[in-house]
Design a protein around this ligand. Structure first.
Ligand SMILES: Cc1cc2nc3c(=O)[nH]c(=O)nc-3n(C[C@H](O)[C@H](O)[C@H](O)COP(=O)(O)OP(=O)(O)OC[C@H]3O[C@@H](n4cnc5c(N)ncnc54)[C@H](O)[C@@H]3O)c2cc1C
Length: 547
């Protein structure tokens, strides 16, 4: 058995001193020890396992409650706890059945920290609504969550599973499967998009879910997309509710709260919107080059200093009026004003096979799913900035990528196009994808050359789609907001919509779809809202030009 390395200098590489100090405070009151065991096979992945070892050593400096031990995979403890893969981390196996197959690095560091905290606490921390659903699960569930270290959404789903295992220790067993180390398992389950969740060998969720939807899917053994909270769900009162935690919503939150408005942000997923999925941002003023996720983490941390944020709570219903009423999957809100900063979501190609192979070779997120295709051949459809950025990202990950564009020139910025050509990434011009073919997973695509009018099959392991975005206007339509001819929310130039007290900001309004533009619109909308709540125009004469 190796002794864990406890070198303070090495530890600082993983956890800067200020983070160590914060974690010390979090771990100090935890009542329980946190045993963690690393199993590995001698001679395999030595360099990475050393990184995992150093990470655990760093965490032991934070709390002496973390009891870390290492075993060879051939050790009898491996058999006892059902470990047969290297590397695997096993957490508190005398109490729970929680394993991490791989090493929780990158985004998965969050899964590791949250798992350690929950075990130290000895409680699942599921919210009331989710706890009630879990109480109804009386049969065993073996849960597998497929994740990758570059996927910002994966920790949410992995931690949902860990919570379920802690809530029902005798019934729920969890394996978080890092696809970087377990490509064969990903292949066997055709888990070519992450996160993806299986229970008792049944696919129960694609993508990250809120706690309530996760446990409902686990209970019913099929994906649930809608959750109605109990009538005793808590109520939150505010001056302003912002729907959407992308740059528009976060910046609006900062401005509104600083004006003195009691403001909350409700976000159906994790904070960050599209930026969290952007590999690299090079055009946000003040920051030369930054990973999208890092940029949005800075924005979110800033917003959190001012506003209460409710992540992973999809807004499902809005009742306009004074006050406005909102229902999420967990609670009810009432507010004097509402800002829709719901952004946009990816467009689908609309070709044969797209739905069938989604998650099994068809992907809309190179940041999340790119690593699963390392060394494999993929096509990426699109011709704008996002498409070229994503093609370059895949190239850097070691994916063999071909860009497919239906025109004879790209619409991306010149320096991106130059980079693409410098890297000699092949481009199929004047080419359209007509169908996606597969057997258990994608095997090829049918492509049509609109100049030569010929069709052929291109063998590929995956297809990434980056052909633009459609505005998220489902809620807006439900409450009768006027839309533009292109389907965006119509506003008066000051972000007021046709319903008094309801405002819009960001990509959902159309125009230039850029982070700085969305953040600016959020700020402007918040200032309008402040003025309107101070002097409600709906109680006064209607200003000219308003829809
Ligand atoms: C791959 C890619 C690369 C990009 N690169 C760049 C770049 O380099 N530079 C640049 O300036 N811009 C870039 N963009 C564009 C930029 O990310 C967007 O313009 C910006 O994120 C828009 O911000 P937003 O807040 O309006 O919307 P979004 O970022 O889309 O955020 C909207 C949020 O609302 C949430 N939401 C929607 N409906 C609900 C609901 N019912 N309940 C609760 N929450 C809800 C969504 O989950 C989402 O988090 C890129 C976009 C992509 C996809």
């Amino acid at each position: 058995m190796n002794k864990p390395q406890s070198n303070a200098a090495a530890a600082e590489e993983f956890l800067p001193k200020d983070v160590q100090a914060q974690l010390k405070e979090v771990f100090r009151p935890l009542p329980h020890d946190i045993p963690v065991y690393l199993f590995s096979r001698k001679g395999e992945d030595e360099a990475e396992i050393q990184i995992g070892r150093s990470l655990m050593a760093a965490l032991q400096l934070v709390s002496d409650k973390i009891k870390f031990k290492e075993y060879d995979l051939s050790h009898k403890q491996a058999k006892k706890w059902g470990v047969d893969r290297s590397p695997t981390l096993v957490f508190a196996p005398e109490k729970y059945s929680i394993k991490y197959l791989g090493l929780p690095l990158g985004e998965e560091g969050r899964t590791l920290i949250e798992t350690l905290i929950l075990i130290g606490l000895g409680r699942s921390q599921l919210n009331d609504q989710a706890g009630k659903v879990m109480a109804g699960i009386n049969e065993p569930r073996k849960v597998r969550v497929f994740v990758s270290p570059s996927c910002p959404y994966c920790p949410q789903q992995a931690v949902n599973a860990v919570k379920a295992a802690i809530e029902k220790p005798g019934l729920v067993a969890v394996e978080i499967v890092d696809t970087n180390y377990n490509a064969d398992l990903a292949e066997r389950y055709q888990a070519f998009s992450v996160p993806q969740t299986w229970a008792n060998e049944v696919l129960i969720a694609r993508g990250a879910q809120s706690q309530e939807l996760f446990v409902s899917s686990l209970e019913r053994m099929e994906e649930q997309t809608y959750f109605i909270p109990d009538s005793d769900a808590p109520r939150v009162e505010a001056d302003l509710v912002i729907i959407g935690g992308g740059p528009a919503g976060l910046s609006a939150g900062i401005y509104a709260a600083r004006s003195g408005l009691k403001t909350v942000i409700v976000e159906r997923a994790n904070l960050g919107g599209q930026v969290a999925l952007t590999p690299i941002v090079e055009n946000y003023p003040g920051v030369k080059r930054i990973a999208g996720k890092d940029l949005v983490d800075i924005m979110a941390a800033h917003a959190l200093q001012y506003v209460r944020i409710f992540p992973r709570e999809p807004v499902m219903e809005i009742k306009p009026g004074q006050p406005l009423e909102l229902v999420t999957s967990l609670r009810r809100f009432s507010a004097r004003a509402l800002l829709l900063a719901t952004g946009a979501s990816h467009k689908r190609l609309g070709v044969t096979g797209e739905s069938r192979w989604a998650g099994r070779g068809v992907s809309y997120c190179s940041t999340c799913d790119g690593p699963l295709f390392k060394g494999k051949k993929v096509a990426l459809v699109g011709g704008g900035n996002s498409a070229v950025t994503e093609a370059l990202h895949l190239y850097h990950l070691g994916v063999v990528v071909t860009l497919i564009h239906r025109r004879d020139a790209l619409r991306a910025q010149e320096h991106l196009v130059q980079d693409l050509f410098d890297k000699k990434i092949p481009v199929l011009w004047n080419t359209e994808v007509k169908a996606i073919r597969g057997r258990e997973k994608v095997t090829g695509i049918e492509i049509y050359n609109n100049q030569t009018k010929t069709t052929e099959t291109l063998p590929v392991d995956g297809l990434f789609v980056s052909i633009g975005y459609t505005p998220e206007v489902e809620l807006a339509e439900k409450i009768g907001l006027e839309l533009t001819g292109d389907g965006y929310i119509k506003h008066d130039g000051m972000h007021r919509t046709n319903i008094p007290g309801v405002y819009s900001a960001g990509d959902v309004e159309g125009g230039y779809k850029q982070i700085v533009v969305a953040a600016g619109a959020g700020a402007a909308a918040a200032m309008t809202i402040f003025e309107d709540l101070t002097h409600p125009y709906w109680k006064e004469a209607r200003p000219p030009g308003r829809p």
